[in-house]
Design a protein around this ligand. Sequence first.
Ligand code: TYC
Length: 104
Amino acid sequence: MSEQPNFAQEVDAEISDPQLEEPQLYEVMLLNDDYTTMDFVIDVLMQFFRKSYSEAELLMFTIHEQGSAVCAIYSREIAEMRVKQVVDHARAHEYPLLCVMQPH
Ligand code: TYC
């Protein structure tokens, strides 16, 4: 008998046992608009997505030019919380900034 692990069995177990499946991850994205200031977006990226100033500035310009960009990838619960925090923060400052999530 071979001492090698049976990978086929392990793969089958992962498919059949939901407890062993990897949790679905979600991309959290910011969308461009014409009214939110560049400085506000940079602050959001630093405050809520833990980017350095230079990372945040580069990502902000990517969103500004491309229309959107992935800012982080999280589990569903963390992604939902982050989207709500960012949207609430933007509305509190009367900016229309949109933050959305989609399966990774
Ligand atoms: N387009 C905005 C401007 O010119 C800047 C901006 C960047 C807004 C990224 C939203 O997610 C955004 N002031």
